[in-house]
Design a protein around this ligand. Structure first.
Ligand SMILES: *Cc1c(COP(=O)(O)O)cnc(C)c1O
Length: 810
């Protein structure tokens, strides 16, 4: 790895680079230009390693994994890359001499929002870990011109603004024009007999989209590995436009250009609604086909091995079902282009592909209408139809007369293509993302498949990059840990457990408290600057940051806050432990209840914060535009981590792990990875409440829960429900939420869990009152959080699923 020898060399290189890039004097540079200059300098440092990493993988013919995900929520890269190349101090010192503060330069990088939330952030943590572990693994996705919208709050409501993150250029990407591939859409496809008694596919009158890769280096931490995140951009093909024009059809030519440019224009803003479905399907096939084509081409050119050995050298992982078309696309290439038989093509495909399921919410399982699919992807449809026919034949042979079985495992059913079913059938490995989630997949969601292929199923509990979420986000905590147990935990995060020896060490706990207070003060200053609100740093910082969704139950949190407000108003002399409740998160633009939840939080916030009879003890704030960089400020400042989803609904959660690693105490349900957090640290070090997943399931199956009964029998709940519609809350009306709680019988058991949540909040306040015990719990959380490093997760994927070994170049 090349480095800058000292700050003098940094300053010299910076000056040269800046002159060349911007053609102006250093004093005139904007902060964004300073950031970009350093980014290009880092690229210079790693470019040789980037080339050599790829050369060496090919020369040694090592097996490589390609992680396909429709989202990569990378966050800013300047600081993480400076840390990875170990040049943060030299850069900071050099910049200081030149008159800049690195801490001012870092925020000048736009945070690319190429993802909605947890799923996209997981993909980013995974490729970070792959590179850190010197594993040959790369990301594959779409270069959206606009990321997830920027969120503003205007009149208490969410407003969505376009995220034009590329407007000033993106110095980390390298456009690779020569590596473009072509993706086919539309036309007719049919089978016709060849002379020798076989069938071949004819696909005609399709239109072609050019896929151009933009590569981003994924730099390993303190090693020489530089892997690649390949992002595809759709361009129109000139030949195609000329063809239309030459046939005299200007309108068709125009429509074609326009529809192509749509493909990589926007990140689909929501993973659970109906809008823009055709375009979304185009996006999915676009990045899948481009990615698979380029992998096969690279394999043939650089490995020179027989196509029959493909799965020995290539693993393709699909992050949820959005890239599931990898399966029929591999079949298409193997059969139509490589001339393999169905049987051989299928065997290789299944051995290549592995699938991670991310959701059990039935409304979020991906399905495509057959007519739309056929029209857009006729060749791929024929293949899926054949996969389905052969599969159902086998099922009916294995389970004669059992049509329920056939229905439960069919890929085509009811006019729809079931992508989860295609994914399970076309993969050799299916995993859930936390123990409870993997169990639910086997017991219910994919039970019928589990009985067919029990050996395919496994669990891989999610993780987070401890480099980003501890070392980068909380450097003072990281160096306190270094001072206490040495720095080996940085490479081996499981060694954080050595902190257990310090859970009763008064001096360590004191210093930990000091770090936490500093971060609370920093956040308080940000809130003062941006929102002109004063918050008490001696109050409990109770934080819920995640996408806004009914199942995540921000409503439970805000109803409890309203309940505290009523208590304080009814008993003016009452004293409670001062609390600051912070919320952050985006609602899908089309999700009415989620947007109403944001409005409710903001209206309650104004009502409470402006009421001098309560605002010394209670503050509530909704922080705009939650994203990776805001998260890096919030997780380290938290005392309490709100993880209160309806049990059985959150596949894993990863926010819970980020809080834990930063010493916050979890207030949560037995859901997702909370179950494993609880097992690692015990009841003394987190507060668990509410219905369990099996109890929730029982209510769904057998009935027996009536939210109206709760309304009539519990005066506190009645008062809260009435407040939603009678103007008590800022004179405002919250009809959708009222309806969801009462008319729709509270599908997410908010009212049912309300009492238990209130008790849990009391328990938190009680524990916070005992400083020493609270700090002990905080130490235990940090000490046990090493398990949740994505390095552990990726090692499990590499060993159990991908069969991948670390590989370093010379
Ligand atoms: C970690 C993270 C998430 C996922 O949070 P959950 O609480 O697990 O839903 C979502 N968005 C961002 C920006 C994140 O960093």
């Amino acid at each position: 790895m090349k480095t800058w020898q000292d700050k003098e060399e940094f300053k010299r290189l910076f000056t040269e680079k800046a002159y060349r890039l911007w053609e102006k004097e250093l004093q005139e540079l904007t902060l964004n230009e300073v950031y970009q200059t350093i980014a290009y300098m880092i690229r210079d440092l790693v470019s040789e390693d980037w080339i050599r990493t790829n050369q060496s993988y090919a020369a040694k013919k090592v097996k490589q994994v390609y992680y396909f995900s429709i989202e990569f929520l990378m966050g800013r890269l300047l600081e993480s890359n400076l840390l990875n190349v170990d040049m943060d101090n030299i850069c900071r010192d050099g910049l200081k001499d030149l008159g800049w503060d690195l801490e001012d330069v870092i925020p000048a990088e736009r945070d690319p929002g190429l993802g909605n939330g947890g799923l996209g952030r997981l993909a980013a943590c995974f490729i970070d870990s792959l590179a850190a572990l010197s594993l040959p693994g790369h990301g594959n996705s779409i270069r959206y011109q606009y990321g997830l919208f920027n969120q503003r709050i205007v009149d208490n409501q969410q407003v969505e603004l376009p995220d034009n993150w590329l407007s000033k250029g993106y110095p980390w990407e390298v456009k690779k024009v020569d590596k473009a591939v072509y993706v086919r859409f539309g036309g007719n496809a049919y089978m016709r007999p060849t002379g020798d008694g076989h069938l071949e596919c004819v696909h005609e009158q399709f239109s072609t989209v050019k896929a151009v890769p933009y590569d981003v280096p994924i730099i390993g931490c303190h090693n020489d590995t530089v892997n690649t995140l390949r992002l595809w951009r759709a361009e129109y093909s000139r030949e195609e436009v000329y063809k239309e024009l030459s046939m005299g059809d200007r309108h068709r030519a125009f429509r074609y250009k326009d529809s192509v440019q749509q493909i990589s224009r926007f990140l689909y803003p929501d993973d659970s609604t109906e809008d823009g479905r055709r375009l979304r399907l185009m996006q999915e096939y676009f990045f899948v086909s481009a990615g698979v084509q380029s992998i096969v081409r690279h394999y043939k050119q650089k490995y020179g091995e027989s196509i029959y050995r493909f799965a020995q050298y290539v693993a393709i992982h699909i992050n949820d079902t959005h890239p599931a078309l990898v399966i029929p696309e591999l079949m298409r290439i193997f059969m139509d282009e490589e001339g393999l038989s169905w049987q051989s093509a299928w065997e290789i495909t299944v051995r290549t592909v592995a699938y991670t399921n991310h959701t059990i919410l039935p409304e979020a399982l991906e399905k495509w209408s057959i007519p739309m699919f056929k029209d857009l992807l006729p060749r791929i449809y024929l293949i899926i139809e054949e996969i389905n026919n052969r599969w159902l034949q086998e099922v009916r042979r294995r389970y004669p007369g059992d049509e329920n079985k056939a229905r439960d495992v069919a890929i085509l059913w009811d006019g729809q293509i079931h992508m989860a079913h295609l994914s399970v059938l076309g993969s050799h490995s299916v995993n859930g993302v936390a123990e409870i989630h993997s169990q639910i997949l086997k017991d219910s969601t994919l039970h019928q498949f589990y009985t067919c292929f029990p050996q395919r199923f496994s669990n891989k509990t999610n993780g987070i990059s401890h480099r980003r979420w501890l070392i980068e986000a909380n450097p003072k905590l990281a160096s306190l840990i270094d001072d206490t147990i040495g720095d080996k935990w940085r490479k081996t995060p499981a060694r954080l457990s050595e902190l257990m020896a310090y859970k009763d060490d008064a001096s360590f706990k004191e210093q930990l408290a000091k770090v936490k207070t500093e971060r609370k003060e920093w956040l308080a200053r940000y809130i003062k600057d941006k929102y002109n609100q004063d918050i008490r740093t001696d109050s409990i910082f109770d934080i819920q940051i995640k996408r806004i969704h009914l199942y995540k139950r921000q409503t439970l949190n805000i109803l409890h806050i309203l309940h505290l407000y009523f208590l304080l108003k009814d008993n003016p002399s009452m004293k409670i432990t001062p609390r600051t409740y912070l919320f952050g998160g985006k609602a899908a633009a089309s999700y009415g209840e989620a947007k109403e939840t944001i409005r409710l939080i903001n209206v309650v916030s104004h009502m409470i914060n402006s009421d001098r009879t309560v605002n010394q003890q209670l503050k509530v704030l909704f922080l705009e535009n939650y994203n990776v960089s805001l998260g890096q400020m919030l997780f380290p400042a938290a005392d309490v981590s709100e993880q209160i989803s309806t049990a059985g609904k959150e596949a894993s959660g990863t926010g819970n792990m980020k809080f834990m690693m930063n010493g916050a105490i979890t207030l949560g349900t037995m859901d997702g990875a909370n179950v494993e957090i609880h097992r690692l640290i015990g009841d003394d070090n987190c507060v668990i409440f509410g219905l369990r997943a099996d109890e929730v399931m029982n209510y769904y199956v057998r009935g027996g829960y009536s939210s109206w009964k709760m309304y009539s029998s519990d005066p506190e709940i009645r008062r809260l429900m009435d407040a939603l519609v009678d103007g008590t809350v800022g004179g405002d009306y919250f009809g959708l939420l009222y309806e969801s709680f009462l008319e729709k019988n509270d599908e997410y058991f908010v009212l049912k869990d309300f009492k238990a949540y209130c008790e849990a909040q009391k328990e938190i306040a009680k524990r916070y009152g005992n400083k020493s015990d609270w700090l002990r719990a905080s130490v235990v959380n940090i000490a046990q959080s090493g398990y949740f490093s994505s390095d552990r997760t990726i090692e499990q994927y590499a060993n159990d699923i991908w069969h991948l070994k670390p590989s370093k170049h010379d």
